[in-house]
Design a protein around this ligand. Structure first.
Ligand code: HEC
Ligand code: HEC
Length: 442
C-alpha cells in the first residue's frame, strides 16, 4: 500500500476506534483481531473535557484511614522533597491549572479527574487540540506506592513522571519544561507561592516537586474490604467474601495482584506481565524492529512520545528495556477503587469489570507467544464471575461510595446486554499449546 494511503486508512481506523470508545461499548472480539497497523502517529482528535475544579475529592487525604500502610507512606517521602503544607497547596493548584499547558486548555486534572478516582473515563486520553493518545489514564490515587510510574514503568519517581505529560505533544504540549515554568512564573500569585514554599522563584525542579508532594497526599484506603480485614465479618457481603477466596484459589488473580500471605494492601506485585491485551491486533515483531531502529533505549522523551503517540505503544515494557521477555507486557495495576476507573487495561479496551473477567476466564491471547504462563482458561461459572466482581467492588474507598453505587448500576446494566469477551466454551476448554516467540527479535 502506498504510504499516504496507508496513513489514511490508519487514521480511519484510529477514528473508528475512538468513536467506539466514545459510545462506551467495548470493541467486539472480531475487531480485536484486526491486521497489523503501521506505526504512524495516530492523528485522531476528540473533544476536550472541561477542566475539573478542585472539590472535596481533590483535597489531601488523611493518613489515618483504615488500611493505610503508615510506615511505608512515610518512607515514600524522598529526603530532598519533604512534605510541607505550602508545597502541597502549590502542587494542588498546579495540578488543576490548565495554564501549565501550551494553550491553556489542559490540566493534569483533565485526565486525572477526582470524581473518577483521578482517571478520565475515556478509552485513551485526550490532550491539547483534542489529540487522542494511545493509552488509558491510570489513577493517581496511591501512585505514591508505585515502584515505577506509567504502564511501562519508564520513570521511577513522581517527580520524574510529572515532567513528561507537560512536554508530550499529545498531552499538555509545552515545548520544554522551562517554557511551562516561564508561563507559571509570569502569574504573580504563583511566583509568590513558589517563594513561600521553596524560598526561590519558580524553576522546573521545584515545579515537579510541588506536584509530587500533592500526589503523595492522594492515598485512598478505608474500603468495606479494609473493615473486613480489620475484623468485621459483615463489612462485605457473602458474594464478595467468596470472591476473595476465588482470588487466591481457582482464579489465581493473587499471583499478580497481591504479594504473598494474602497481603491486602496494594493488590499488585509491582511487576510487568503480558496478559494478552491488544497484542493480537498487532504484529509486534516489525514494531519491535522499528523501535530498535528509531528510538535510542535511554532517550526517555522519545520513548514517552512513542508510548503516547504511536503504534509502538503496544510494545509496552519492551520499549523501555528492549528485553524479549518484556514484549507487550504492562505494569500490574493495583485494584483499589477499580470500580470507578473504567474503562480497563492500558488501552482502555474493556468497558466493565465483567468484560475484564471474561478476558481472564477464557485465558485470552494463547496465540501470543509472550503471554504470561499464568494466563489460562479458568472455568469460572457466572456466579463465580459475579463473586469476583463483588470482591473488586468492595475495594471502593468510603469517599467514592455514592459514585461507586451509580457506576456499579451502569456496569451491571451494560453487562446484561453486552458481554463481548464472553466465550464459555473456551473458558471451560483445555489450555491450548502456545507458540514459541519467533526470535529474530532484537
Ligand atoms: C492528556 C491526558 C493526561 C494529562 C494532561 C496528564 N496525564 Fe498523567 N497520565 C495519562 C496517561 C494516559 C497515563 C499513562 C501513560 C502511559 O503509561 O504511557 C498517565 C500516567 C500518569 C501517572 C502514572 C500512574 C501509574 O500508575 O503509573 C501519574 C502519576 C500521572 N499520570 C500524573 C500526572 C500529572 C502530575 C500530570 C500533570 C503534570 C498529568 N499526569 C497529566 C494522561 C494524562
Ligand atoms: C499474570 C499476571 C496477572 C494475573 C494472573 C491477573 N492479572 Fe489482572 N492485570 C495484570 C496486568 C499486567 C494488568 C494490566 C494489563 C494491561 O493493561 O495490558 C492487569 C489488569 C487488571 C485489571 C484492570 C485494571 C485497570 O486499572 O485497568 C483488572 C480489573 C484486573 N487485572 C483484575 C484481575 C483479576 C480479577 C484477576 C483474576 C481473575 C487477574 N486480574 C489476574 C496482571 C495479572
Amino acid at each position: 500500500m502506498p504510504y499516504s494511503k496507508r496513513i489514511r486508512s490508519n487514521v480511519a481506523l484510529a477514528i473508528a476506534i475512538a468513536a467506539a470508545g466514545a459510545l462506551n461499548f467495548a470493541r467486539s472480539a472480531e475487531s480485536q483481531n484486526q491486521a497489523a497497523t503501521p506505526s504512524a502517529p495516530a492523528a485522531a482528535t476528540a473533544e476536550l473535557s472541561p477542566v475539573p475544579v478542585p472539590g472535596p475529592l481533590a483535597q489531601p487525604r488523611s493518613a489515618q484511614q483504615l488500611g493505610v500502610p503508615a510506615l511505608q507512606t512515610l518512607a515514600e517521602v524522598p529526603e530532598d522533597n519533604p512534605q510541607t503544607l505550602q508545597k502541597i497547596a502549590l502542587g494542588q493548584k498546579l495540578f488543576f491549572d490548565p495554564g501549565l499547558s501550551v494553550d491553556g486548555t489542559v490540566a493534569c486534572a483533565s485526565c486525572h479527574n477526582p470524581d473518577r478516582a483521578f482517571t478520565d473515563g475515556r478509552t485513551t486520553s485526550v490532550g491539547v487540540q483534542g489529540r487522542v493518545g494511545q493509552r488509558n489514564a491510570p489513577t493517581v490515587l496511591n501512585a505514591v506506592y508505585n515502584k515505577t510510574q506509567f504502564w511501562d514503568g519508564r520513570t521511577k519517581t513522581l517527580e520524574d513522571q510529572a515532567r513528561f505529560p507537560i512536554t508530550n505533544p499529545s498531552e499538555m504540549g509545552q515545548p520544554s519544561l522551562d517554557a511551562a515554568v516561564a508561563k507559571i512564573a509570569a502569574i504573580p500569585d504563583f511566583a509568590q507561592e513558589f517563594e513561600t514554599a521553596f524560598g526561590q522563584p519558580p524553576n522546573s525542579l521545584n515545579l515537579v516537586r510541588a506536584i509530587a508532594a500533592y500526589e503523595r497526599t492522594l492515598i485512598s484506603f478505608d474500603s468495606p474490604f479494609d473493615r473486613f480485614v480489620a475484623g468485621d465479618p459483615n463489612a462485605v457481603d457473602a458474594s464478595a467474601r467468596r470472591g476473595w477466596e476465588l482470588f487466591h484459589s481457582k482464579a489465581h488473580c493473587a499471583r499478580c495482584h497481591a504479594s504473598v500471605n494474602r497481603d491486602a494492601t496494594y493488590f499488585t506485585d509491582f511487576d510487568f506481565h503480558n496478559i494478552g491485551i491488544g497484542i493480537l491486533r498487532h504484529n509486534v515483531v516489525p514494531l519491535a524492529q522499528e523501535a530498535e531502529r528509531r528510538i535510542a533505549k535511554n532517550d526517555l522523551p522519545a520513548v514517552d512520545q512513542a508510548a503516547i503517540q504511536s503504534d509502538l505503544s503496544v510494545l509496552g515494557r519492551f520499549l523501555v528495556t528492549r528485553k524479549d521477555a518484556d514484549m507487550a507486557s504492562f505494569k500490574t495495576p493495583g485494584l483499589r477503587n477499580v470500580l470507578i476507573t473504567a474503562p480497563y487495561f492500558h488501552d482502555g479496551s474493556q468497558e466493565t469489570l465483567w468484560d475484564v473477567m471474561d478476558h481472564y476466564n477464557k485465558g485470552d491471547g494463547l496465540k501470543d507467544p509472550w503471554l504470561d504462563e499464568d494466563i489460562e482458561p479458568l472455568a469460572l461459572t457466572e456466579n463465580e464471575i459475579d463473586d469476583l466482581v463483588a470482591f473488586m467492588v468492595s475495594l471502593t474507598s468510603a469517599e467514592y461510595k455514592e459514585i461507586g453505587e451509580k457506576e456499579l448500576a451502569r456496569q451491571r446494566a451494560l453487562s446484561r446486554i453486552s458481554r463481548p469477551q464472553r466465550d464459555t466454551a473456551r473458558a471451560f476448554g483445555p489450555k491450548q499449546p502456545q507458540p514459541k516467540p519467533p526470535c529474530q527479535c532484537p
